[in-house]
Design a protein around this ligand. Sequence first.
Ligand code: NDP
Length: 399
Amino acid sequence: MNAKNYFQKIILVYGERCYRDRDSLFRDIDRIIQERGAESQEYKPEKEKMEGEKMEGTKLYANKDADLSNLDGKTIAVIGYGNQGRSQALNLRDTIGDKKLNTSVIIGNREDENKERAKKDGFEVYAISEACEKADIMLILIPDEVIPGVYNEDIEPHLKKGNVIDFASGYCITCKLIEPPKGVDVIMVAPRMGGKEVRELYKSGEGFPNLFAVGQDASGEAREITLALSSTIGLGKSQSSIAIEVTFEQETLSDLLSEQFLSPLILVAIMVKYEIDVENGIPPEAALMELYLSGEWAEIFKRMAEMGIFKQLPLHSQTSQYGQLTRANELMKRDIGLSYEQIKAYGREKAEEIKNGTFAREWTLEKLGGYIVLKKMYEQNENCPIIKEEQKLLRRLGR
Ligand code: NDP
């Protein structure tokens, strides 16, 4: 039975309750089916779960892939004792102790309170140049924008053939802000986690994911050293705690695009939504609670990470599912422009649809029709590349 016939059958049963005039009812249904892109879709039952699907794709590395003896006999200098620096240094020292490795961890930091903190934490602490002089492996954990200056002044003059220089972000190498000499390994272990969580998830034993890269393999062992570091810093027993190999360039692009494209869109949408709520007389406190202060969105993002962006939707009300999916579909097709005013105009239009009953009417018809558009939206999204990959990865991670 196609979508329209299905609608019509349902309407014969329920239609009269909502509409006196059957013609206008059918006209509305036609329009909505067309607008929402569900026309002539056969309703199909849920696809069978793919049993025994072959798990192909990028290799995911875990602790078992790392040989920690690659760090044996080495001195590791953690340069910078801030967010990442403190957590990575403590994790390194704890793993080295647990595994009884013959590896030492020292800290290089400017004269200030972080230096004092590192001393209190029981580390040997030196000026950055002195720590680099003593080290075989250097973890450069200072802010990206200050790395070039510190590198030129305090790090490069002390680099020796065979040294390893590790970054937690691809930025300075990708953007050629520094160019280490040929004889050293240049690697990256970039935790996908803030400094605080890097320590907490290590202590709980769960661990966290990271992206790793080898930019220059002078020793021929750079990859093994990178994996050993990745494991020592924070791969844990959780199935999600895996390392994925990328290039410096890929990490930089993906990271900056999250910060400069995704996050701004979310921030602007939040600001615009707030303004539209308030101009509609909603108390600012209620608007803010609905937006993010309640923590509901934090929970939704957690569920996205556990189940997938669309697979978590059934945990929302049906009204919410329909609203989210149809309006997301509409956004993909319509040119709404990107200026703040245009985004705001689009937000206002959606507010108007809610206020003037357009959405309620549409949603009532959708229910009468047996949720055909909603099912179509789910089918459409199930087949988009991000969802296929996301579900594959979630299965590999055992979620
Ligand atoms: P922080 O801002 O926490 O780094 C602070 C450290 O850098 C302190 O030790 C500070 O020394 C030192 N520092 C700052 N300015 C200077 C300077 N001019 N000269 C010498 N030392 C200086 O950095 P993060 O831990 O946030 O970032 C470190 C690296 O980790 C970056 O490459 C970042 O991209 C990456 N990263 C960060 C993540 C995060 O969540 N924060 C996540 C993943 C990767 P002082 O004590 O003197 O202030």
